[in-house]
Design a protein around this ligand. Structure first.
Ligand SMILES: C[S@@+](CC[C@H](N)C(=O)[O-])C[C@H]1O[C@@H](n2cnc3c(N)ncnc32)[C@H](O)[C@@H]1O
Length: 209
C-alpha cells in the first residue's frame, strides 16, 4: 500500500470504526446490494459492509487514493466481515455533470454525507424502491424532504458512537424550528441545513417514483 493511501485512510477514520458502525446499522435495516456514493472523498467504509459500491468524487486526492487499488483492497479486506466478494469502482467526476459511466435506475442505496445536494443530481441512478441515506448538514436532507420522488422511510439515531435505524414516529421529524417555507431556492441560498425540532444523525428516504 502506498504511504499516501494509508495516511489518507487514517485521517478519514480518525473516529475509528465510526462509519463502519453507521453503515452496519443501515445494512441491518434495509436490503442493499449496490451503492452509489457521490462526494465520497476516501470514505471506503461502505465496502466493509456492502458488496458493490461506486464512489464518485471530483477531488484529485480521492482519485490518487483510489488509483492505489491494491492499497484500497487491503484496507477493505482488513475490515470486511462478509466472505462475499466486494467490488468497487471510482469515478473521478463532478456529480452535477451527467455521469455516463454510472447506470440509471439501478442502485439500491444512494449515500449523501457532507457533500452538497447529491439527491438533486443523482436520484435518477437510484432504483424506485431504493433508499437515500442523507445527513442534514449541507441541506440535502431538507432537499429530499421536498422532493416528490421520496418518502421518509426511517431515521438514523446516534448515541455514544453507536447508530440505530428506526421507523417509529416518523411523522414527528422534519418539522422546522422556525416558521420557514422550505424550497429549493431557499436551500440553495442557505447552502446548509434547516434547523428541525428533532435532529437525528441522518435520514433514510425511499424512492417512490
Ligand atoms: C466534506 S467531504 C465529505 C466526504 C465523505 N462524504 C464523508 O462524509 O467523509 C465532501 C466531498 O464531496 C466532494 N464533492 C463536493 N461536491 C462535489 C461534486 N459536485 N462532485 C463530486 N464530488 C463533490 C468533495 O470533493 C469532497 O471530497
Amino acid at each position: 500500500m502506498e504511504a499516501f493511501t494509508g495516511k489518507l485512510w487514517a485521517k478519514q477514520d480518525r473516529h475509528e470504526g465510526d462509519r463502519l458502525r453507521l453503515f452496519t446499522a443501515v445494512a441491518d435495516a434495509i436490503d442493499v446490494g449496490s451503492v452509489l456514493y457521490p462526494g465520497s472523498y476516501v470514505d471506503i467504509a461502505p465496502s466493509f459492509v456492502f458488496d458493490t459500491v461506486t464512489y464518485v468524487d471530483v477531488d484529485g486526492r480521492a482519485a490518487r487514493f483510489f488509483d492505489d487499488r491494491r492499497g484500497v483492497d487491503a484496507i477493505v479486506d482488513r475490515h470486511r466481515e462478509s466472505t462475499d466478494l466486494s467490488t468497487w469502482q471510482f469515478v473521478h467526476a463532478d456529480y452535477t455533470d451527467r455521469l455516463d459511466a454510472v447506470p440509471m435506475d439501478e442502485f439500491d442505496l444512494l449515500i449523501s454525507l457532507y457533500a452538497g445536494f447529491v439527491s438533486e443530481h443523482c436520484t435518477e441512478h437510484l432504483r424506485v424502491g431504493g433508499h437515500l441515506l442523507v445527513n442534514p448538514s449541507h441541506g440535502d436532507a431538507a432537499m429530499a424532504s421536498i422532493d416528490d420522488r421520496y418518502e421518509l422511510a426511517g431515521v438514523v439515531q446516534s448515541r455514544n458512537g453507536d447508530y440505530r435505524v428506526t421507523d417509529r414516529a416518523l411523522h414527528s421529524y422534519l418539522h422546522p424550528k422556525a416558521s420557514v417555507e422550505v424550497s429549493r431556492d431557499l436551500l440553495h441560498d442557505l447552502g446548509r441545513g434547516i434547523g428541525y425540532t428533532k435532529s437525528p444523525f441522518a435520514y433514510l428516504f425511499r424512492r417512490i417514483s
